[in-house]
Design a protein. Structure first.
Length: 169
């Protein structure tokens, strides 16, 4: 799109994050469900923000002790990427031309998104800054409004859902 003719063409840019961080969580397993991963990441972020104790993970995994999932908002699906799949007795092959075209396409897309991110980030930096009082009040309010997972309403258990389904059929 920007006339990218070779893998070695890069526009110089400076990326400033000012405390914002991106995280990569790699999960390896079999038969994960889309929303299952979003739920796991949501809980990990609560633990990472010190809103929950790390012990909540063991509690939630113990379905005898906690048969009902507490209600909470799942992590965003936007950054969720299925990176690779493995299949027994199947080998996927890609020609060198197709591989080169894919690399060129991805480099071009990366450049576009980096440019857009830099534009939005500069716009944020030029917004009127919050005073220290407003900033700390917002953080305090956010932390104070967190309801611990084990104190939240729960969803029906698997057994309760099955019983309801069986009674309707």
């Amino acid at each position: 799109m920007f006339g990218l003719q070779s893998e070695h063409f890069f526009l110089p840019f400076i990326c400033r994050y000012d405390g914002n961080q991106l995280y990569v969580i790699k999960i390896r397993g079999s038969a994960f469900l889309w929303h299952q991963v979003r739920c796991m990441v949501a809980v990990l972020f609560m633990v990472g923000k010190d809103l929950e104790s790390p012990s909540v993970i063991d509690m939630l995994l113990d379905t005898d002790r906690i048969p009902r999932k507490p209600q909470y908002i799942m992590a965003s699906e936007v950054p969720l990427v299925l990176q690779s799949c493995e299949f027994e007795d199947v080998k996927f092959m890609c020609s060198s031309d197709a591989g080169q075209a894919l690399r060129l396409h991805l480099a071009n897309e990366c450049q576009i998104y980096q440019l857009q991110a830099a534009i939005f980030h500069e716009a944020l930096l030029n917004c009127m800054p919050l005073s220290d009082d407003q900033s700390s009040l917002r953080e305090t309010k956010k932390k104070a409004s967190h309801v611990p997972l084990m104190s939240r309403p729960t969803e029906p258990s698997y057994e309760e859902r099955r019983a309801k389904f069986n009674s309707n059929t």
